[in-house]
Design a protein around this ligand. Structure first.
Ligand SMILES: [Zn+2]
Length: 112
């Protein structure tokens, strides 16, 4: 399983776009995002629509992690866990490159 490349569309640019819009009006962001997508679902892979779906971080594919996002009471896009940092992210194996918001983890894999 490890190290395999998955076929299909790469939604990295979408997730980077969403992360760059944290703090901005969700209605605008949503319409801009939908305009550049073939389908709207990937937006909601990292943007939680209700409290039950909120996560500090979301895994997309095998080794790509992104900050979990949600829409706050002011209709602004926000991070679920604004305190989550790269240093908190630990890889679960040593053979793959794990990324958080598009950047490689700084922590190395540690066998426990
Ligand atoms: Zn691996």
């Amino acid at each position: 399983m490890h190290g395999k490349k998955h076929q299909g569309l790469d939604y990295t640019p979408l997730f980077r776009f969403l992360l760059s819009k944290v703090g901005k009006d969700w209605t605008d962001i949503h319409s801009q995002a939908v305009a550049r997508l073939d389908r709207p679902d990937p937006i909601f892979w990292i943007v939680a629509l209700n409290d039950a779906d909120k996560k500090s971080f979301v895994r997309v594919g095998e080794n790509s992690y992104y900050s979990g996002l949600h829409v706050d009471q002011n209709n602004c896009l926000a991070r679920v866990d604004p305190d989550l940092k790269m240093e908190d992210m630990k890889p679960n194996c040593s053979c793959c490159t794990h990324t958080f918001n598009g950047q490689a983890f700084t922590k190395k894999f540690e066998a426990t």
